[in-house]
Ligand binder design. Structure first.
Ligand SMILES: [Zn+2]
Length: 348
């Protein structure tokens, strides 16, 4: 069985305001369920401390102005940095520690090939100059950018959060070395209102962005079909030397922030497919970082399912999610549309 590192610190709980869906309980409930799990008790999962990112490591991705805005707001006791996004007294340091979770993952990736960074605040909505959508620093973007600096040549980011990762897409939109692929609820119906099929990158980065916008109410089986039919073949062709995952759990049917119908098993299947392809192309190296996921019962359970897939946890009997006739028709049309756009760049 493959070893897994979960990167976590209690300091991640220090970013907080009252009554916000993105709150510390998301992590305390998750770490609780992990510590009770067979994977943890049998030593397959080890919990490691993150390192704090240096400002210079974050400045490859964000403007100094944004960092200083977060820092000053925190120093003054906190406040809103965007209508939906808060900064509290410790948030600047916590945000550097969240990004540093990815940097720690890069440090250990040659010893532990499968890493899950259990961090917050999330990151994928944060743009170079803008904190928004509960995100301050774009953790996965900082990780990808520093991975390039370390000598990784081709990085593939899969974003399975229910929301489109507008920030990550924008940061690498012209970069052919960092591929961004997202499966999300259609931006016509959900924040941040971006991520159409036709958004494929520009300049040198043209063809290195994939967006699969699922209609509201889509099931996990529909998402997995898109992963399998479109994204996996592109990963095989792109041949990344590491796969990063923006692992958000708000696509779960119980989550109130989106309208998808994923189950815990959907996340097991997502990860299982990614592991299979990673073993072929990236020597099995995978770093997943937590993004959204706000249901306090099902986010922790879905994360545990993800970890079970990462640990090749075979005694867990996985139920293949069934796709019905209507769903099949909807998804075939969507896959056809996406293939039409992407076949200009890839063998899909
Ligand atoms: Zn989300």
């Amino acid at each position: 069985m493959e070893k897994i590192a979960v990167i976590y610190s209690d300091d991640y709980l220090k970013h907080k305001v009252t009554k916000h869906p993105e709150n510390p309980l998301r992590l305390t409930k998750t770490i609780e369920i992990i510590e009770k799990s067979w994977l943890y008790k049998s030593g397959i999962i080890s919990i490691m401390q993150p390192i704090k990112a240096h400002e210079k490591e974050v400045l490859y991705v964000h403007s100094n102005e944004l960092l200083m805005r977060i820092k000053k707001l925190a120093e003054h006791g906190g406040g809103k940095i965007a209508p939906d996004t808060y900064v509290s007294r410790d948030s600047y340091n916590v945000a550097l520690l969240a990004a540093g979770g990815g940097l720690k993952a890069l440090k250990v990736i040659n010893e532990v090939k499968r890493v899950f960074v259990l961090c917050r605040p999330p990151g994928h909505h944060a743009e170079r100059d803008v904190a928004r959508g509960f995100c301050l620093i774009n953790n996965i973007a900082v990780t990808a950018r520093n991975a390039l600096n370390m000598g990784f040549k081709r990085i593939f980011i899969l974003d399975w959060d229910a929301h489109h990762g507008n920030g990550t897409q924008k940061i690498f939109y012209e970069n052919p070395n960092v591929f961004y692929a997202s499966i999300h609820q259609d931006g016509k119906t959900l924040y941040p209102y971006s991520g159409g099929i036709e958004e494929v990158g520009i300049g040198d980065g043209e063809g290195y962005t994939i967006n699969i916008p699922l209609p509201p109410n889509s099931s996990g089986a529909m998402a997995i079909a898109c992963l399998y039919e479109i994204i996996i073949p592109v990963i095989e062709e792109f041949k990344p030397d590491i796969i990063l995952i923006s692992a958000g759990y708000d696509g779960h049917w119980r989550d109130k922030l989106a309208d998808l119908r994923y189950t815990e098993d959907t996340y097991y299947n997502f990860m299982k497919h990614i592991i299979e392809v990673a073993e072929k192309v990236s020597n099995g190296k995978i770093i997943a970082m937590l993004e959204g996921g706000y249901d306090l019962k099902y986010t922790p359970q879905s994360i545990l399912r993800t970890l079970e897939a990462m640990g090749d946890h075979i005694y867990y009997e996985i139920k293949e999610e069934k796709i019905n006739v209507i769903e099949k028709r909807i998804i075939e049309i969507l896959i056809k549309k996406a293939k039409k756009v992407l076949s200009k760049y890839w063998n899909v």
